[in-house]
Design a binder for this molecule. Structure first.
Ligand SMILES: Cc1cc2nc3c(=O)[nH]c(=O)nc-3n(C[C@H](O)[C@H](O)[C@H](O)COP(=O)(O)OP(=O)(O)OC[C@H]3O[C@@H](n4cnc5c(N)ncnc54)[C@H](O)[C@@H]3O)c2cc1C
Length: 595
């Protein structure tokens, strides 16, 4: 560890795969400062006081309500966290803005509305706007006087965003834009749009205003969930905008579009923590109240298992989420104040793998949480009388936008392997170490049995070796066509997600034990044990399946037995650990915090 206070170190993105646990300290929720928690409290009071009581009006799209709520949030400073102080914002760290995102997530239509405004809507101008653009728009976006949206998608270009057909043509002192953007969040009332269009085939960003002649907004979509949020087409019919509305440089729109999506992905991951905590609270209250066979259903083992599993999933997403925001903040803090915006962009690129992991795991964990919470509600959960029905519809979109989970799964190993090939990540050195360990098994780190978290630390280290070992085989065998082997990339993505999960929960819990004591961290240790047991099993099975999919018959036996060397089987009483977590959830009436 770096120091006793566990100040996070900005080690390079993806390094957790090849470095031993504890090489660098990580940021955890337990390190949130009083100032960060004060913002969380403001967000929590706002959601509980202003948003949740008006849920029905939000869902029924009461005219003007979301704009009104945005301006109220603006008065409390909640829209200005990511806007620099010099443009009327607060310029807080990313952890603070993510923490606020977590609290907002209790009402999904609202969370998507606010997230689109402060995130993908405003940030293109924060990061890529010139001085005049920042002066003109940011102070008003910071208060909610102007509302922002991000217009990338078109009917023919969703995941393949660069295939957009919208054009921008130079005409004297103007750009003339033509095209139709589809499914644009906040379009019904937004004032300012970041629009992506092609200039002679070059993908480019522009700022378009609602009042520009030729801009019209389509009808509201009828959606499965987040029905309160606004989603419409933005139609650009010979829209003439002044030359100075070009955002960044011609042909550099992809940098804006994809850089901004990284932050959207982080937000969805951390938002999943807030949504899951809310769903768990609803499920616990119902389970305690609902009686069948003469007792509360919370007494039944299968219901308790569900509660424990949900809590574990939240612990995992929360650990990965705040680890990632903390490392981004640490990376930004290494530069001067003047460099902050540039370093933020660099940080978002540096931790793109972690952001995609968080997006995929968080959104899938949220769906699992809500599905199981709905199951706890039984038939009542399937009716509109209980909020869990809406939560189930609302959560489904998260796996689709900000890059579908398939696209993000491809990005995880794709980015990691690219960095390895470029020498940015010394994966090859780690593979050499793993090969040496296989030749001399005494070198394999087996940990100390019986030591605190010994089993979990060992599983984590061994899982890293399995992933590096099979990834190297995949590279050797399919170097040139690996990009097209989605079966291999998908399997690697799932293993990498599990390694980041294990590394994050084990390190968080291990860091907490000395400070808080074994008694107060007991539930964190049980959750870590359960999470690691599952994740380690998945990595071993994933490694064996991947090997079987790519190795020749005569090589497979050797490869499988090498993987088995990194597989230590010791029976574990998961029943007892599950019961302890379930009891803690019921006692805490939701997600059990420390102690
Ligand atoms: C409610 C809502 C709000 C939205 N808000 C915005 C917004 O504010 N701004 C904006 O610009 N867009 C927005 N979108 C658009 C959203 O980002 C896209 O829907 C998303 O990017 C997916 O594109 P698509 O729907 O065209 O699906 P497609 O790209 O057609 O994908 C269909 C399926 O094919 C899979 N697929 C696609 N390519 C690959 C591949 N290479 N490999 C493997 N599988 C692949 C996908 O994962 C998916 O399962 C919103 C959409 C919705 C529904």
């Amino acid at each position: 560890m770096d120091d006793e206070t566990h100040t996070p170190t900005a080690s390079a993105g993806g390094r957790w795969l090849i470095e031993p646990l504890g090489k660098a300290s990580i940021f955890t929720s337990e390190q949130l400062t009083a100032e960060q928690l004060a913002f969380a409290e403001t967000a929590s009071q706002f959601v509980e006081g202003e948003v949740l009581p008006r849920q029905n009006d939000i869902e029924n799209k009461k005219p003007g309500l979301l704009g009104e709520l945005l301006r109220s949030a603006g008065k409390l400073g909640l829209l200005m966290l990511d806007i620099p102080e010099s443009y009327g914002g607060l310029g807080t760290d990313k952890t603070t803005s993510m923490l606020v995102t977590e609290y907002m997530a209790q009402q999904a239509s609202w969370a998507v509305t606010m997230g689109a405004h402060v995130g993908i809507g405003s940030l293109p101008i924060v990061f890529f706007g010139n001085e005049e653009q920042k002066q003109k728009y940011l102070p008003k976006l910071a208060t909610g006087e102007l509302i922002a949206a991000y217009a990338l998608t078109e009917a023919g270009s969703g995941s393949d965003a660069l295939a957009a057909k919208t054009t921008a043509v130079e005409d004297g002192d103007f750009w003339v834009l033509n095209g139709v953007k589809q499914w644009i969040t906040n379009a019904g009332f937004a004032d300012v749009f970041t629009v992506f269009a092609k200039v002679s085939g070059k993908f480019t960003g522009f700022i378009v205003e609602r009042k520009d002649a030729g801009v019209s907004i389509g009808a509201e979509e009828h959606k499965m969930g987040i029905r309160g949020s606004s989603t419409c087409e933005v139609i650009l019919d010979n829209v003439r905008i002044p030359k100075d509305r070009l955002l960044g440089r011609v042909g550099k729109g992809h940098k804006i579009a994809f850089g901004i999506l990284n932050i959207g992905r982080l937000k969805l991951g951390v938002g999943a923590v807030g949504g899951s905590k809310y769903a768990l609270r609803l499920a616990v209250d119902y389970a305690k109240e609902r009686r069948q066979f003469g007792k509360p259903i919370a007494d039944f083992g299968m219901i308790r298992q569900k509660l424990a599993k949900i809590a574990c999933g939240i612990y995992a997403t929360e650990s990965m989420g705040y680890r990632t925001t903390g490392i981004i903040d640490a990376f930004i803090a290494q530069g001067s104040d003047a460099e902050k915006d540039r370093r933020t962009q660099q940080a978002l690129e540096e931790y793109a793998i972690e952001s995609s992991i968080l997006k995929v795991y968080g959104t899938e964990q949220l769906d699992h949480t809500i599905d199981e919470a709905l199951q706890i509600f039984g038939g009542y959960g399937y009716t509109e009388h209980f909020p869990i029905e809406r939560l189930a519809r609302d959560a489904r979109i998260n796996r689709i936008f900000e890059g579908t989970n398939e696209v993000n799964r491809l990005l995880i190993p794709g980015t990691l392997l690219k960095r390895a090939v470029m020498g940015r990540l010394p994966l090859i050195d780690f593979v050499a170490q793993v090969t040496a360990e296989l030749a001399n098994p005494d070198l394999i780190p087996m940990g100390v049995d019986g030591s605190i978290m010994g089993r979990e630390k060992r599983s984590n280290e061994l899982a890293k070796r399995i992933v590096a070992y099979v990834a190297n085989i995949a590279i050797q065998k399919h170097m040139s066509e690996l990009e097209d082997r989605q079966d291999i990339l998908g399997a690697l993505a799932d293993m990498l997600i599990d390694v980041y999960l294990m590394d994050s929960v084990v390190q968080r819990t291990a860091q907490n034990i000395p400070g808080f004591g074994r008694e107060r961290t007991a539930i964190q240790r049980e959750m870590t044990t359960l999470l690691v047991a599952d994740a380690y099993d998945r990595v071993v099975q994933g490694g064996l399946r991947l090997a079987a999919g790519i190795a020749a018959e005569d090589e497979l036996q050797v490869i499988a037995s090498n993987i088995e060397r990194f597989h230590v089987v010791r029976p574990l009483n998961t029943f007892a650990a599950t019961e302890k977590v379930a009891a803690a959830v019921l006692e805490a009436r939701g997600y059990p915090a420390l102690g």
